[in-house]
Design a protein around this ligand. Structure first.
Ligand code: FAS
Ligand code: PHB
Length: 390
């Protein structure tokens, strides 16, 4: 098989790039390890920066997002029994975010690939990139006992944190930065009316909590739990009780509970791999960086990687100019690190850290008081949350 761009990974990063390149007549193939059902079964992000939403529209995949997604112009922070609103629209110069689940946008991207006869190969086993520093790299994979070779000009590593791409960069070249947090998020999806029209991030001495949603009939909630906890430790009843304890009375009193249709625990880590290019391999999304989901930056950081890569590849193929590709890693990392900072700051502000001293905890309370006493602080939060410019 021969193509121009071989994309490893059929998650949002890989599919978005595939769709955008296709619309510009750039031939590409997506190799996905799992089945489509498996990819779509994962419940992940819920908040899209306005830049990501714009990219979905440019990829001709924004129609259902615009119809079913919700524009949110603010969110609440619950602390010491009070709800305070962060006015994103006012403090970001009129911007907002779209609340629309990653599962749905991934479905929309798959549907568009099908509609345009895109080549997305599922259950591609043992995907391996080869000759990445040579002019003609190639990728092999196994399917039905056969080894298939894909010759290409470029390989895109959009295969997530546990993928093969990052591991194909020699340890003498790759530099990894990591911070592991001493807790995880227990997440529940329930077919219940969301407790609030806008998200509520709760800072509580018992731990962080988040009230989010996927629609007006599908709620998404999280509570901070110790890393030693397992899903089996948490009955639905125990989850709802603990969630209510961490919210102001006025919120808990109106909480509509119901059976969980999905329940999982995600560990929290901050991670960046540099550089995001090695020869003709380009890393994008979770393959190169991970953030704690507190600031809703994970999927959105993948969005800016894809934006830069898309424009760099179009410039290469249409104008014979490879400067965008040369600049990709440094340009993508500049924005990635700002998302890392923001995610670390929101996580530190809102979670309880077992090893924190009284002084540390006092500083967190003061940080919260400063936030709501300063328009400059709220402008900083708002511009990061709606998305820094690409
Ligand atoms: P993905 O991991 O989504 O996709 C990579 C794809 O590559 C997968 O389909 C995988 O099967 C495939 N793959 C892996 N290895 C391969 C191989 N060797 N060969 C071929 N294919 C291979 N972000 C938020 O903004 N908010 C959240 O609330 C949030 N919650 C999250 C919860 C969890 C449990 C996780 C893991 C992540 C969460 N994220 C969240 C971040 C998440 O949304 C990612 O940022 C997003 O999935 C990034 O998309 P991709 O880069 O496409 O990586
Ligand atoms: C979600 O709805 O899954 C979600 C929303 C905002 C976050 C994290 C997760 O910061």
């Amino acid at each position: 098989m021969k193509t121009q761009v071989c994309i490893i990974g059929g998650g949002p990063s890989g599919l978005m790039l595939s769709q955008l390149l296709h619309l510009k007549g750039i031939d590409n193939v997506v190799l996905e390890k799992h089945s489509r059902e498996y990819v779509l079964s994962r419940i992940r992000a819920g908040v899209l920066e306005h830049g990501f939403a714009k990219l979905m529209r440019e990829a001709q995949c924004g129609e259902r997002m615009d119809r079913e997604g919700e524009i949110h112009e603010g969110f609440f922070i619950a602390h010491q029994g009070e709800l305070k609103r962060v006015d994103l629209h006012r403090f970001s110069g009129g911007n907002s975010v779209v609340v629309y689940g990653q599962t749905e946008l991934t479905r929309d991207l798959y549907d568009a690939r099908d509609r345009m006869k895109g080549v997305v190969i599922h259950n591609a086993e043992d995907v391996q990139p080869h000759d990445l520093t040579q002019p003609h790299p190639f990728v092999t994979y196994r399917q039905g006992g056969e080894v298939v070779r894909v010759d290409c000009d470029f390989v895109i590593g959009a295969d997530g944190f546990h993928g093969v791409s990052r591991k194909s960069i020699p340890k003498t070249v790759l530099r990894e930065y990591e911070k592991v947090y001493p807790f995880g998020w227990l997440g529940v999806l329930s077919r219940t009316k969301p407790v609030s029209p806008e998200l509520i991030y709760a800072k509580h001495e018992r731990g962080f909590a988040l009230c989010s949603l996927r629609s007006q009939v599908l709620s998404r909630y999280y509570i901070q739990v110790p890393l030693t906890d397992t899903v089996e430790d948490w009955s639905d009843e125990a989850f709802w009780e603990e969630l209510k304890r961490r919210l102001p009375d006025e919120v808990s009193a109106r909480m509509v509970t119901g059976p969980s249709i999905e329940k999982s625990i995600a560990p929290l880590r901050s991670f960046v791999a540099e550089p995001m290019r090695y020869g003709n391999l380009f890393l994008a999304g979770d393959a190169a960086h991970i953030v704690p989901p507190t600031g809703a930056r994970g999927l959105n950081s993948a969005g800016s990687d894809i934006y830069y890569l898309y424009h760099a590849l179009v410039r290469h193929y249409k104008q014979g100019d490879s400067q965008g590709l040369e600049e990709y890693s440094s340009k993508a990392l500049a924005r990635v690190w700002k998302a890392q900072r923001f995610s670390w700051w929101m996580t530190t502000l809102l979670h309880t850290f077992p090893a924190n001293s009284d002084y540390d905890n006092k500083l967190r309370d003061v940080d919260m008081a400063y936030l709501f006493s300063s328009e400059a602080a709220q402008r900083s939060l708002a511009e990061n949350y709606v998305g820094l410019p690409f």
